[in-house]
Design a protein around this ligand. Structure first.
Ligand code: FEC
Length: 314
């Protein structure tokens, strides 16, 4: 029989229901429960996105299924079979649950990958740390893919998505030169920079590669979705960037949230509701590129990365 290799597919996680938001938020805040005002504010944001459902859960389920299919196609005819397990950062099944399930199923060797292309010690680094620790406790042999921000299939599919929306702007009467493309990603505390973290540089590298491939005449990078804590977060924030651009007479803006791979709160609320409201107020035409979700190129890329890592360690 083929040797079974476990694949731990890690993602952010989302509440199972509105009742679950408090526990989820408390987990994100490392065990500190939110104040009633903070909790209400977050619940309101969830309720505002498409009918209060939690799209990230279904999207992650579909991504894991799509990746499982792509992997076994890629590995067919070889002597290994890849079996995907989910491990979520802030919701069940947690990263630790995914690792333990593999062990229970008799898996002795695994590869871990995160559904986020860019590495930061504060993002992907903490996923990996938790998985590694649980794997060590159970003597599971696991190795990790840390980032895939320059994978040609990632650049290709994101460039296609940028192009598709630039064409819509052109159909509506704007020239490509008139549209400012804003590449964006989740902000992190500023202190990551003094820690020598690669996050910002990787994001800029992805942005430049997409801009080149999609022939984008005018672009810049901006942050979004900064946390609500006292310390300074990386900026400028997308809302400030939009205001600034409007003052410079820029009327057409395409936001490309390249740090995210799925439709979820940070895209469907922070961009589609909050940023869109600001755009109306300041008389700006704002569009966003479609999220990857189960994009076949994204599924293939994840499979490529896992297979490459497998070959590297054998
Ligand atoms: O749709 C959903 O249910 C989940 C949407 C969601 C994604 C996401 C991705 C990232 N986060 C990252 C870092 C932080 C840091 C803090 C933080 C806080 C929140 C809160 C919510 C939330 N995040 Fe998140 N994040 C998502 C949702 N995130 C809700 C809490 C309320 C708020 O501040 O808005 C601050 C924690 C603290 O207080 O110390 C830091 C990073 C990513 C992108 C990479 C990844 O996917 O892992 C980085 C999706």
């Amino acid at each position: 029989a083929n040797k079974k290799i476990g694949v731990l597919v890690m993602s952010y996680g989302t509440p199972a229901s509105l009742e679950d938001v408090e526990a989820y938020y408390t987990h994100i805040r490392r065990g500190n429960p939110p104040s009633p005002e903070q909790l209400k504010e977050l619940k309101d944001r969830y309720e505002a996105i498409v009918g209060g459902v939690f799209p990230l859960r279904e999207n992650t389920d579909n991504q894991v299924a799509g990746m499982q299919r792509a992997l076994n196609e890629l590995a067919s005819g070889s002597d290994v079979e890849f079996v995907c397990y989910q491990g979520l950062k802030h919701a069940s099944p947690f990263i630790e649950d995914g690792v333990e399930q593999m062990v229970q199923d008799g898996i002795t060797e695994a590869i871990g990958i995160v559904l986020a292309p860019h590495y930061s010690t504060m993002s992907v680094g903490t996923y990996i740390k938790r998985a590694k620790q649980t794997a060590e406790e159970h003597h599971l042999n696991i190795s990790f893919i840390e980032s895939y921000h320059m994978h040609p299939k990632l650049i290709e599919t994101l460039a296609n998505r940028v192009n598709a929306k630039l064409e819509l702007f052109e159909e509506a009467g704007a020239t490509r030169e008139q549209v400012r493309v804003l590449f964006s990603a989740h902000s992190l505390p500023e202190r990551i920079l003094s820690m020598g973290d690669p996050y910002r540089d990787q994001l800029l590298e992805t942005s430049a590669a997409i801009a080149e491939r999609a022939n984008v005449p005018s672009w810049q990078f901006t942050w979004q979705s900064a946390g609500r804590t006292a310390e300074p977060w990386l900026g400028p924030d997308v809302l400030d960037t939009m205001q600034e651009l409007r003052e410079q007479q820029v009327e057409y803006v395409l936001v490309a949230p390249i740090g995210f791979v799925s439709d979820h709160l940070e895209v469907l609320y922070d961009l589609d509701i909050e940023a869109q409201e600001l755009a109306q107020e300041i008389d700006m035409r704002l569009m966003r590129i479609d999220s990857l979700n189960t994009d076949p190129l994204y599924m293939e890329l994840l499979a490529d990365e896992v297979l490459r890592k497998y070959k590297e360690v054998h």
